[in-house]
Design a protein around this ligand. Structure first.
Ligand code: CP
Ligand code: NVA
Length: 300
């Protein structure tokens, strides 16, 4: 694996390779025999806010022996209009790898191509691959495997997290149901292109939750969509994980959230606290899954 640009660009074998190594990373934290990022300096180039992604990459790179530099787009010339193509060609001559959080997927892909250094997508408007890898690790730990399970995503079905879930389902074959209002369903072209029998999109929330092994949600207003907040809240008001919805899922179903969470919006405070162990395990697994990715990228 040279880059991690999307779940779309991963093979099922690569996904399994990351998940297998993530288990090892978690078990051996603090006792790693190898430090594959030794003598390397990685850059985190972020155009959007972050808590989990930033901290997990900064800690993870250091734990693998590397050095790391956080570069907010506001502090570098990128934020003043310097093209990504020029930024990439400069960074590629100095850094050993880059982790990028931005808007356009094309920017991450252009950066990877033009910089020539290993590049990781730390969230774009199209995908959030690192999140889904950590989530798959969390599901493996709790349920053994995602294969044969039903994952129901509730809320904004058109944003990065559900789009990465769609690609994960397309690659791994588990049943994915997306319950979202009509205006916030995944891009039709994507669904038509995949024509997958294991991926269902509906506005019938209760039906989508029936018998699910996992109920998953994300914010109703993604970063960059703040101007649409009032409209989104009005549209999405009913697409919430509540105790009533949990009762429709399989007994013992996991409730997952990529965080940050807005209680009373996409999830009730009560359900969030009841399932906090799973949700914060997801957050912790960002560290382990990303260390697995970093390590695999150094192997080429
Ligand atoms: N889930 C996630 O990516 O969180 P941050 O935006 O805090 O990085
Ligand atoms: N869909 C959310 C994910 C946050 C981690 C966003 O893009 O803001």
């Amino acid at each position: 694996m040279k880059h991690l640009l999307s779940i779309e660009s991963m093979t099922p074998a690569q996904i399994h390779e990351v998940l297998d190594l993530a288990v090892e990373m978690k078990a051996n934290r603090g006792r790693h025999a190898e430090h594959p990022l030794r003598h390397q300096c990685w850059g985190l180039i972020f155009s959007k806010s972050s808590t989990r992604t930033r901290v997990s990459f900064e800690v993870g790179i250091r734990e693998l022996g590397g050095d790391v530099m956080f570069l907010s787009s506001n502090d570098i010339q990128l934020g003043r209009g310097e093209p990504i193509a020029d930024t990439a060609r400069v960074m590629g001559r100095m850094l050993h790898g880059a982790v990028i959080r931005t808007f356009a997927q094309k920017d991450v892909e252009d950066f990877a191509r033009l910089s020539g250094i290993p590049t990781i997508n730390a969230l774009t408007d199209a995908e959030h691959p690192c999140q889904i890898l950590a989530d798959l690790q969390t599901i493996r730990e709790a349920l053994g495997s995602v294969e044969g399970k039903i994952v129901t995503f509730v809320g904004d079905g058109a944003c990065n997290v559900p789009c990465s879930w769609i690609w994960a389902a397309a690659k791994l074959g588990f049943e994915l149901r997306i319950a979202a209002p009509k205006k916030f369903q995944p891009p039709r072209e994507l669904l038509e292109r995949l024509n997958a029998r294991n991926i269902f999109v509906t506005d019938d929330l209760d039906h989508a939750a029936e018998g699910a092994d996992v109920l998953y949600t994300d914010v109703w207003v993604s970063m960059g969509k703040e101007e649409e907040a009032a409209f989104r809240l009005a549209q999405m008001g009913h697409y919430q994980i509540s105790s009533g919805l949990v009762a429709k899922a399989k007994p013992g179903a996991l409730v997952m959230h990529c965080l940050p969470a807005y209680r009373g919006k996409e999830i009730t405070a009560e359900v969030f606290e009841q399932h906090a162990a799973t949700i914060f395990n997801q957050a912790e697994n960002r560290l382990h899954a990303q260390k697995a990715v970093l390590s695999l990228l150094t192997r080429g």
